[in-house]
Design a protein around this ligand. Structure first.
Ligand code: RIB
Length: 292
């Protein structure tokens, strides 16, 4: 299975609000949407819709929200044989979006905390595999899977979202770390280095890509620095844009694209995701059309 995503899967409750609530405030939306989400599931859907054979390993509860959470994966044809059904509530996120497209996300991890590296068998971790991880499942499970994948020669991409601890030996076993500006700044504070891709690459010794919103994305690897521009769009909701970026990057790398072309494609996909409400991943033809 070329792209294998280990991570979170949620049901997202999306509220379009006039303004984001301040602490203690109640803000009413005229309605709300119930959509599949979770950074891991979004990335798997993005990779599959970009044309990569994709599998997902994570955990859901045996409840009504599981059907919502899994809908996007099923519709995209993601292979779900490694999914665990656990006695915890399915992960859920409440997402508020204001008129400027800014969001505020509250996540209830639930079953995501029961995702285990052991759900992925060794045979699935080989040099043909692009393993994709994020930080919405237990850090120890991510680290265990990364170290097994490294020993077996898989290519490993970790999205540092949301920002937080990663075992140093796991960080240094990656092929590519992907972070947005906030996550990069958090990691730079931990490492005592600059928050740009080159500084993080020097500090970690692994490839680093930093997404920069309207300024595009930068990367630094042993082959040198890279920079790609953003695709200008009218953003209505940036939720899931980072997930589209990571999933499409993984699919493009799986197809053998060089990193700069893969980053350009990922940036186009992320731009499209920003034009839609909720974490809505683009299809390959839409991304290709924006790339021109
Ligand atoms: O990145 C967006 C995702 O973050 C949402 O789908 C939500 O479920 C949270 O995991």
């Amino acid at each position: 299975m070329p792209v294998l995503v280990f991570g979170s899967v949620n049901a997202d409750l999306v509220f379009a609000l006039p303004v984001l609530p301040a602490p203690g405030e109640t803000v009413l939306a005229p309605g709300y949407a119930t959509l599949p989400g979770g950074k891991g599931a979004n990335q798997a859907v993005a990779a599959a819709q970009d044309g990569a054979p994709t599998a997902f390993a994570g955990a859901v509860g045996d409840d009504a929200l599981a059907e919502v959470a899994l809908r996007g994966l099923r519709e995209a044809g993601v292979e779900l044989g490694r999914l665990a059904w656990v006695p915890e509530p399915t992960g859920c996120a409440a997402i508020a979006v204001d008129r400027a497209g800014r969001n505020l996300i509250l996540g209830g991890s639930g079953a995501n905390q029961s995702a285990r590296a052991a759900q992925v068998e060794d045979a699935a971790l080989n040099p043909d595999t692009v393993l994709v991880l994020q930080r919405e499942v237990p850090a120890a499970e991510n680290a265990a899977l990364i170290l097994r994948a490294r020993a077996r020669g898989a290519r490993i991409l970790l999205n540092l979202a949301p920002a937080g601890e990663v075992a140093p030996e796991a960080l240094r076993a990656l092929d590519l770390l992907v972070a947005n500006e906030h996550e990069a700044a958090w990691l730079a504070g931990q490492l005592g280095c600059g928050a740009d891709a080159a500084s993080l690459h020097r500090a970690l010794g692994v490839g680093v890509a930093v997404t920069l919103g309207e300024a595009g994305a930068a990367a630094a690897t042993a082959a040198g620095p890279l920079r790609v521009p953003a695709f200008p769009v009218r953003a209505v909701d940036t939720t899931g844009a980072g997930d589209a970026w990571c999933g499409v990057l993984a699919a493009a790398l799986d197809r053998g694209l060089p990193l700069d072309a893969a980053m350009r494609r990922a940036s186009a996909a992320a731009a499209i995701a920003c034009t839609r409400p909720g974490a809505t991943m683009p299809r390959a033809a839409e991304t290709a059309a924006l790339l021109g």
